[in-house]
Design a protein around this ligand. Structure first.
Ligand SMILES: Nc1ncnc2c1ncn2[C@@H]1O[C@H](COP(=O)(O)OP(=O)(O)O)[C@@H](O)[C@H]1O
Ligand SMILES: N[C@@H](CCOP(=O)(O)O)C(=O)O
Length: 336
């Protein structure tokens, strides 16, 4: 668990009261997560206890946060199961805790599904496509802050820590992704607000049904295809504790792709660039994990993710392109 900022009970209680949540009775640091400080807060009003999540943002600034919080609000209002941020009396959803930006959002029901079936992947593909459609008329713009520019800036920072074969792979893949970004097909890819980190631990299921997407704090405007590739790389691979080889599980991958396409069919440019985006998704998380690993921040409890996993995923995407031939669908696309 990462608790970078210890929040005094009194300060959390004052915020809860300001937000009309009632009397704070419990403030509990959350297991899991790596980026921000998170607490479950329990508040009581008229004898009824309700839980929310208090997030103190560690890297994102006051100027960047309205994009994420308003996006969550926008999607929640459009029926996408996303935790809505709690506003104060004046409608403000961005707050301050320990001098840092903070938000309080609804607590989703359910739990993460770390060993997903094809059914779970189907549910995620369906909701991901609905989310992409629902985000098309969102008014704020912000780039994916962990996109190509960040990769170009960060690769030189981690290279000195790596073995020669890793340096070669990272450098070559970065060059390839810069090449892809300049292709006309890439420019033609449909774009909009994307989650950009929709891993298994950022989705909740309750009684087998998808109950929500959360952790939008890596979201940004980017290609929908990148978002889908990030999901395929996490939800639809053969997971073997400690020694996975990054290979796709074809059944789950097809389930996710088919469900996504039943809502928003991929364009020809997207079909063409899916393999490149699978590589991009692997590069993105290999790089951020290397960065967290070799340049760690102080946290009360923090378990960095294994960078080697995404190195294996990237090598697997290079060695064998998965058979992700996109099935032709009869289903009429859903419009938002
Ligand atoms: N809205 C929410 N509803 C329920 N649980 C949540 C919610 N937000 C966060 N959590 C819990 O907190 C953990 C860490 O949150 P996460 O957003 O992944 O952290 P980080 O901000 O560090 O990325 C999650 O694994 C989940 O258990
Ligand atoms: N999903 C990323 C890490 C991002 O942090 P989290 O808060 O979603 O755990 C990864 O697995 O590297």
């Amino acid at each position: 668990m990462a608790v970078y900022t210890e929040v005094p009970f009194g300060e959390a209680a004052a915020l809860a009261e300001k937000l009309g949540l009632g009397t704070l009775t419990e403030l509990r640091g959350i297991q899991g997560g790596i980026e921000n400080t998170n607490y479950f807060i329990t508040c009581v009003t008229d004898g009824v206890a309700q839980e929310h999540v208090l997030t103190v943002f560690e890297r994102l600034g006051f100027d960047q946060l309205p994009f994420y919080l308003r996006l969550m609000q926008h999607l929640a209002r459009k029926g996408i199961p996303v935790p809505g941020p709690v506003a104060d009396g004046s409608g403000e959803i961005l707050h301050t805790v320990q001098g840092k930006p903070a938000a309080v959002v609804e607590k989703l029901r359910g739990r993460s599904e770390l060993s997903p079936t094809a059914g779970h992947c189907q549910a995620v593909g369906d909701m991901l496509a609905r989310m992409h459609l629902a985000g098309r008329d969102f008014g704020l713009q912000q780039p994916n802050l962990r996109g190509l520019n960040w990769w170009n800036d960060t690769v030189p920072v981690v290279l000195p820590h790596l073995a020669a074969s890793q340096r070669d792979l990272l450098t070559a893949e970065l060059a390839y992704q810069n090449h892809v970004a300049a292709l006309p097909a890439y420019t033609a890819l449909p774009r909009g607000p994307i989650h950009a980190d929709l891993f298994r631990d950022n989705v909740m299921f309750e009684d087998g049904r998808l109950s929500g997407f959360f952790d939008f704090y890596f979201a940004g405007c980017d290609t929908f295809l990148f978002d889908l590739a990030v999901c395929l790389n996490d939800w639809c691979i053969v997971h073997a504790e400690g020694d996975d080889d990054g290979q796709h599980d074809e059944t789950r991958a097809q389930a996710m792709l088919a469900a996504y396409q039943a809502v928003r069919p991929l364009t020809s440019a997207e079909r063409q660039l899916l393999p490149a985006m699978l590589r991009a998704g692997a590069l993105r998380f290999w790089l951020s994990r290397l960065w967290d690993w070799y340049l760690p921040r102080d946290a009360a409890m923090l378990k960095p993710h294994d960078p080697g996993h995404f190195e294996r995923v990237l090598r697997a995407r290079l060695a064998r392109l998965p058979d992700l031939s996109v099935p032709l669908l009869d289903a009429a696309p859903v419009t938002a």
